[in-house]
Design a protein around this ligand. Structure first.
Ligand code: FES
Length: 272
């Protein structure tokens, strides 16, 4: 697992935070300044926010709303844009794995929610990313019984395919790819979810309908198109490669062609 490899430090630091505060999606938001003083450099960024919130609550003020669950880079819930970068300054880690030692003493740090129309702000730094759930529900599953798994050796899979499927399955659905893209494209997320099944025998029965339905849902929900800037893979905490986008595009074209052929054949049968 990738990690914040900034060397540990024993010198406490103080930073100024410019944090986006917004009461609700339909309310205007603004940056509000907070001081985080005497921070242990080895506390995580989220722990630092906890300390700031403790202080706000002691003063009777509304704490800063931010999302998290595992705090280990696994769940994809944390979704901060730190100094303009989804998940902060490091490659290959999530916001929750970022430590205060990554920042200079006296630094001014901006913290914002994801900025993407399909991810409306719920409050402060929390966005509604249920659009990703809807894309998954459109096809990101297999229909085989999963309760009684057969022996793994009964279904040989080329190692290269197995490794690639594993790489795709590393996607934690955090949405950083969308936040990093100027078009708010979800192509990296969708391509990872499509590819993890398309590479395996278990994913073949719904291969065509999966890619067609997931791409259609992505478009319907207002995500933009990919223009090959690759900001998505640069921001991905799991370092998912943009090669999966090309793989998905090829799958999509093939599925569209096969669907058209089927329609044509069905039309010919109907006319017979
Ligand atoms: S809180 Fe789970 S990935 Fe950050």
């Amino acid at each position: 697992m990738a990690a914040d490899t900034t060397p540990t430090s024993s010198k406490n630091i103080s930073v100024t935070l410019q944090i986006w505060r917004q009461a609700a999606a339909d309310q205007p938001g603004k940056f509000v300044e907070y001081k985080a003083t005497n921070c242990n450099p080895n506390m995580s960024f989220l722990e630092m926010l906890d300390v700031v919130n403790d202080d706000l609550e002691r003063r009777g003020e509304d704490p800063i709303a931010f999302a998290h669950d595992c705090r280990e880079g696994i769940c994809g819930t944390c979704s901060l844009v730190i100094d303009g970068k989804p998940h902060g300054p490091h490659e290959g880690i999530a916001s929750c794995q970022t430590y205060m030692r990554s920042f200079e003493d006296g630094a001014v740090i901006t913290v914002e929610p994801y900025r993407a129309k399909p991810f409306p702000v719920i409050k402060d730094l929390i966005t509604d990313r249920s659009a990703f759930d809807k894309i998954q529900q459109a096809g990101g599953f297999i229909s085989i019984r999963t309760g009684a798994a057969q022996d793994a050796n009964a279904l040989p899979i080329p190692k290269q395919d197995a490794d690639l499927a594993m790489d795709a399955a590393a996607c934690i659905g955090c949405g950083a790819c969308v936040a990093a893209c100027k078009n708010a494209s979800a192509m990296l997320f969708v391509s990872a979810k499509v590819s993890q099944f398309a590479l395996l025998p278990q994913g073949q029965p719904e291969r065509d309908t999966r890619v067609l339905n997931m791409v259609a849902k992505m478009d319907e929900l207002g995500f933009g198109n990919c223009t090959n800037q690759y900001e998505c893979s640069a921001a991905c905490p799991k370092l998912i490669s943009h090669d999966f986008i090309g793989r998905m595009n090829r799958d999509y074209i093939a599925a569209t062609f096969r669907a058209a052929c089927k329609d044509k054949a069905a039309g010919a049968d109907g006319g017979a």
